[in-house]
Every structure is written in C-alpha cells, then in structure tokens.
Design a protein. Structure first.
Length: 165
C-alpha cells in the first residue's frame, strides 16, 4: 500500500471514493436527502478546490494494488493555542475495510503531526457511526458532543474525538 499527497488533480478520485463510501457509511444514520445534500455541499469540485486551495486542507490518497481506495484530509486548527490538527475526512472503499488502510492513513497523518511538533489529532464523527469503535481502538477519546447546523434544516450530530500524538 502507498499513501501519497493529493491536490486538485485528484478531485475526481476523491469524489468517486466519497460516493461509494458515503452510501454505505450513512445509509442507516441519515436520510437520503441529507446524504445527497452533504455530498453536494462537501464534495462538489468547487468545494474540494476551496478546501485544498483556500482552507489549506491537505488531502492524501491511499493506493492498494495500484488503485486509489481511500482518502483523508486534515489541517492545523489555527485558533487553538495547542495547534490541534483537525482530521476532516477519512474514508476507505468498503470492499477494502479491515486490511489496515484507514489505520495506515491515520499513522501517516500522525507522523506528519509529530514531525511538526504538534500535540493532538481531533475529529468529528456522527454519534451513530460504527467508525467510533475503530477510532477508540486506535486510542481516540470522546471529549465533547456537537450538533452542527449545515443548512436546509440538517444537522451533524457528532462526537468530537481526540488523540495525543
């Protein structure tokens, strides 16, 4: 497996992986209407380009058997004195779950954090998402709950989880 940095040239790959992962990850948690709204809001070409170029999210791709099968994005939360790194996204093709791809992407990110002398990796996860178990197994702790309005009357009902790097 190989993990590489990704830029705007990888937007179609990121969109493809998002489309195949979101339907499985969220079908039992949110409505189809919210799922479609969030995919359009967060994964349109313009939104991804803005995340990369303006918001300075670093995207990475996980390639398995020379095929992109996962992605993640992260950046430093500038408003926090401890320089927390925020994990915005991490998704792996459901047909590749359980073989260490997600864990490898997180290790890659945590190595990047350590090299910069930063302290914590933080993420939001839906309170009903089965990925909570994955994060806990890796050492993440729930530190807060948030209900975030995202438009069209929809909310993200999340835990905030954090791990020391």
């Amino acid at each position: 497996m190989e993990i590489t940095k990704a830029g705007i040239e990888s937007i179609p790959i990121i969109q493809h992986i998002a489309n195949i992962t979101w339907s499985k990850a969220y079908k039992e948690i949110i409505t189809n209407e919210q799922l479609e709204y969030m995919l359009k809001k967060m994964y349109s070409a313009d939104s991804l380009k803005n995340q990369i170029q303006v918001l300075e999210h670093q995207f990475i791709l996980a390639n398995f058997e020379n095929k992109p099968v996962g992605f993640a994005s992260f950046n430093i939360k500038q408003s926090i004195p401890e320089k927390i790194v925020k994990l915005h996204k991490i998704y792996v093709d459901p047909s590749r779950h359980g073989i260490g791809i997600g864990k490898s992407m997180l290790q890659y990110i945590m190595n990047e954090i350590s090299l910069k002398g930063l302290t914590y990796l933080e993420l939001n996860v839906n309170r009903q998402n089965t990925a909570i178990g994955f994060y806990k197994k890796l050492g993440f702790k729930i530190i807060a709950e948030e209900d975030i309005p995202i438009g069209n009357g929809f909310f993200m009902n999340d835990y905030v989880m954090q791990i020391s790097c």
